[in-house]
Design a protein around this ligand. Structure first.
Ligand SMILES: Cc1cc2nc3c(=O)[nH]c(=O)nc-3n(C[C@H](O)[C@H](O)[C@H](O)COP(=O)(O)OP(=O)(O)OC[C@H]3O[C@@H](n4cnc5c(N)ncnc54)[C@H](O)[C@@H]3O)c2cc1C
Length: 432
């Protein structure tokens, strides 16, 4: 038996299903997919990070007697080139629309076996008693009691008897040959996921409270590592399960599971309103651009968006606030914001991003009711009282008293009170 082990959302050697299920002779590969890379700017922060992670994976595999071939091209062409020498491809599941259509093509060329190790549970195992999927988070989460009450979930171990197929493992493209440049990474990406988990253990007791105070760094910063599978959710679960405060953190991990389940069972929700409501968005281009550039005149919105543009990150509460502002105050379609986040977020993940945007726009599964609109000034007054975060990004406000930054102001492109009333009226009148 000769197998290709195709690493995709699982860039790790531990708790990895394809390394556990591989047999006999294997060719571990990663593909820098030109279909994806061609759409990205040369300074895309994610590509730098993935490149570094691929080289780490190569080292991890070498440590267990294996190696990694790094391809640069169109996956279909690469598998056409390899098909005659191999029996099958093993890989992890991927449910976004591009991945589904890419895999359909590959399956025509060579048999594929997919494994589900990027999440804690398979969406087919989370159904209600009547066999239909949950559409609301809390019952979904409670239904998985057996898992979240476990002390340890079994992890995969690599098959020790794998032999490497002869291949040129030494030659691989540089980042520059891929058409990309090194970019500055946020400080937490310089740490390993295990170091971040050690830090998290110290933060866990206060996690529930601190996670909303975005200037405090009260969260795990693990989302980028989870996105690319540098650590698995099972490993995180097992490492922190027994610490005080772990339950609330684990609940957050289940939001990731929930949105993945929604995308799996309702693939159209990547592009359509989940609740089928027909909303007449205004989609004013200038307002949308001001939001993207962080030039709306609302300090917390501008600080959040400028921070996203320069770092590729944004804490969860700020994501909720800017999403509500775009959809409910500027009346722009959530899909515009979702696409913009897809360009910028280091942890961009289709299911979590689409699910969260639809939640914020009140069009999604378990959505906020349409009449709930975040007031950005109240949010900053509550969660950034001294304007520490705002001032760290918007240097022009260094000497402005914090209270001034948490007040409706005439320079803003929209009055939040008036616009939120208009949004509530619009949502109330929209048809199903
Ligand atoms: C509009 C919007 C868009 C978002 N887009 C993404 C995205 O593209 N990719 C992404 O990973 N997360 C997304 N999130 C969820 C959340 O903001 C991030 O997961 C979180 O900020 C990452 O920081 P952390 O790892 O320190 O989180 P922690 O608070 O430490 O949480 C631990 C892990 O739980 C998961 N998680 C936490 N909150 C959520 C949530 N609300 N939904 C889904 N998973 C969650 C993440 O995997 C996270 O790494 C989005 C949220 C909003 C409101």
């Amino acid at each position: 038996m000769k197998q290709i082990l195709w690493f995709r959302r699982d860039l790790r050697a531990s708790d990895n299903a394809i390394l556990a299920n591989g047999k006999d002779e294997v060719l571990p590969i990663f593909i820098f997919d030109t279909n994806i890379l061609a759409t990205l700017p040369a300074n895309d922060k994610r590509v730098s990070f993935i490149y570094k992670s691929i080289l780490n994976l190569k080292k991890e595999l070498q440590n267990i007697g294996l190696d990694l071939v790094i391809f640069f091209g169109v996956p279909k062409d690469i598998f056409i080139q390899l098909q005659n020498d191999f029996d099958e491809v093993l890989c992890s599941c991927d449910f976004d629309s591009y991945a589904i259509s890419r895999d359909k093509e590959i399956e025509q060329i060579i048999p594929m076996r997919r494994f589900y190790d990027s999440y804690l549970v398979h969406p087919d195992e989370t159904l209600k008693l009547d066999g239909t999927p949950y559409k609301v988070f809390t019952p979904f989460y409670k239904n998985l009691q057996i898992i979240w009450e476990s002390v340890h979930i079994k992890e995969y171990s690599p098959n020790q008897n794998l032999k490497l197929v002869n291949y040129d493992y030494a030659t691989y493209p540089t980042l520059e040959q891929l058409g990309f440049t090194q970019t500055l990474q946020p400080h937490f990406l310089k740490k390993s996921p295990l170091e971040l988990i050690e830090n998290l253990k110290e933060k866990l007791e206060d996690y529930k409270e601190d996670r909303d105070f975005f200037y405090k760094d009260g969260t795990s910063n693990l989302s980028v590592f989870l996105r690319f599978g540098i650590i698995s959710p099972k490993q995180i679960f097992n490492l922190i399960r027994n610490f005080d405060g772990a339950d609330f953190f684990i609940r957050e991990l289940f939001w990731r599971e929930f949105y993945n389940t929604i995308l799996y069972h309702f693939p159209k929700s990547e592009f359509e309103n989940f609740n089928q409501k027909n909303i007449l968005w205004e989609n004013d281009e200038k307002k949308f651009q001001a939001w993207c550039d962080g030039k709306t005149g609302v300090p917390i919105i501008d600080a959040s968006m400028q921070h996203l543009n320069s770092t590729g990150t944004m804490p969860n509460r700020l994501r909720m606030v800017v999403a509500s502002f775009l959809c409910k105050n500027l009346l722009c379609d959530w899909r515009l914001g979702e696409r913009y986040f897809a360009l910028k977020l280091l942890d961009y993940d289709t299911s979590s991003n689409v699910g969260s945007w639809q939640w914020g726009a009140s069009t999604g599964a378990d959505s906020v009711p349409y009449f709930r609109v975040f007031n950005p000034y109240l949010q900053s007054a509550k969660f950034d009282k001294e304007a520490i975060f705002i001032k760290s990004v918007l240097k022009e406000f260094q000497n402005t008293p914090p209270k001034e930054l948490h007040k409706e102001n005439k320079n803003a492109i929209v009055n939040t009170k008036i616009s939120s009333k208009q949004a509530i009226a619009l949502f109330k009148n929209c048809s199903d």
